[in-house]
Design a protein around this ligand. Structure first.
Ligand code: UT7
Length: 326
């Protein structure tokens, strides 16, 4: 009988732009307050890209760090998957641009657009390729420059988002590894969270930045997010026949501290077992989970052998989870 193959995290990395934008900075732009933002979201500050910095620039640094941590050369990578909603260009994909920058060779490379669930979706793709024996080492990236799509006059959205990138190398191993991944989507909620322009539907030339800005019915998104994340964490535990008390860490999508706390409560986990970066990064969409993962690993909090639950929720709606042993 052939030995079972698992996808294990062999290295992680991250990149944050240098520019810090605090809640006090935002008070100068819109009618908001540090107190409101902290109470409603848990966000204190976020990072914002420089004018000449792109999603691929952030992804490149995060990827190099992940490769170094994994002790692998670019030529070892068999597949590259990038989760992003803010690609450098319509095409080529950010993955193709990144592949060239990193000198990966002619491996498969593509983007996944699942909004804030992009990294967990990409991780799931990587897991399938490794389990099936088609790839040995896969580079998975979540990278975003969300601030490029913000209307800095809209207080309902501009206080929420930030820029960054996180990366993980997954490698084939006989020991687990990713135990399961779960992907879901429901396009019926498309109108609650969206950027309402595009290549095919057209842009709005009379509006700033051709009308490219995030719009969200925050309160409604909040309720669906809490409910949906509650369901997917149950589904993940059940699929693996494990009890919530066996989890060592929850690494959630970082959109809102109140949503994170609701999921932790559902899992009966203390906030000491939850990785929180939303205070420093804001919502970085597809970059939020890998940023938090890398911080958890580099700070020494997450240790080899521990059981970790990743989850994410975003525009679409999309939602996804992964249970893994680090
Ligand atoms: O990552 C993808 C998924 N995204 C999410 O999961 C985000 C989910 N939603 C949320 O995190 C929250 O709904 C928000 C943080 C966006 C908003 O918090 P909320 O508690 O749902 O506030 P709200 O939208 O119900 O607004 C409450 C009040 C309103 O004023 P009135 O109508 O009560 O007078 C808003 O106009 O707060 C006002 N408000 C603000 N006040 C100060 C909205 N934005 C701001 C602001 N500063 N930035």
């Amino acid at each position: 009988m052939s030995e079972r193959i698992y996808a294990r995290i062999s290295g992680t990395g991250h990149c944050l732009p240098e520019r810090v934008m605090t809640n006090l900075d935002l008070e100068k732009l819109v009618d908001t307050s540090d107190q409101w933002i902290q109470e409603r979201t848990g966000i204190k500050e976020r990072r914002v890209v420089a004018d000449d910095q792109t999603t691929c620039d952030l992804a490149e640094v995060a990827s190099k760090r992940a490769l170094e941590a994994a002790g692998l050369a670019p030529s070892d990578i068999d597949l590259l998957v990038v989760g992003t909603t803010t690609p450098d260009l319509v095409f080529p994909s950010t993955a193709c641009l990144l592949q060239h920058r990193l000198g990966l060779g002619e491996c498969g490379a593509f983007d996944v657009n699942a909004a804030c669930s992009g990294f967990v979706y990409a991780l799931s793709v990587a897991d399938q390729f490794i389990r099936s024996g088609q790839a040995k080492h896969v580079l998975v990236v979540g990278a975003e420059t969300l601030t490029r799509m913000l209307d800095w006059g809209d207080r309902q959205t501009c206080v929420l988002f930030g820029d960054g990138a996180g990366a993980a190398v997954l490698s084939a191993d006989s020991a687990p590894g990713i135990l399961s991944t779960h992907l879901h989507a429901n396009g019926a909620h498309a109108d609650l969270l969206k950027v309402d322009v595009g290549v095919s539907r057209g842009f709005k030339p009379d509006e700033p930045r051709a009308g490219i800005s995030v719009s969200m019915r925050g309160n409604e998104v909040f309720k669906v997010a809490v409910n949906t994340l509650g369901r997917i964490v149950e589904e993940t535990l059940e699929a693996n026949g494990i009890d919530r008390s066996e989890l060592d860490w929850l690494i959630p999508h970082q959109a809102n501290l109140r949503i994170i706390k609701a999921t932790a409560k559902k899992l009966d986990m203390s906030m000491d077992q939850v990785i929180v970066t939303v205070d420093k990064h804001g919502n970085t969409s597809a970059a939020s989970v890998p940023l938090a993962l890398d911080e958890a690993i580099r700070s020494g909090r997450v240790e080899r052998g521990q059981l970790i639950l990743l989850e994410a929720f975003g525009g679409g709606f999309t939602w996804a989870s992964a249970l893994l042993r680090y």
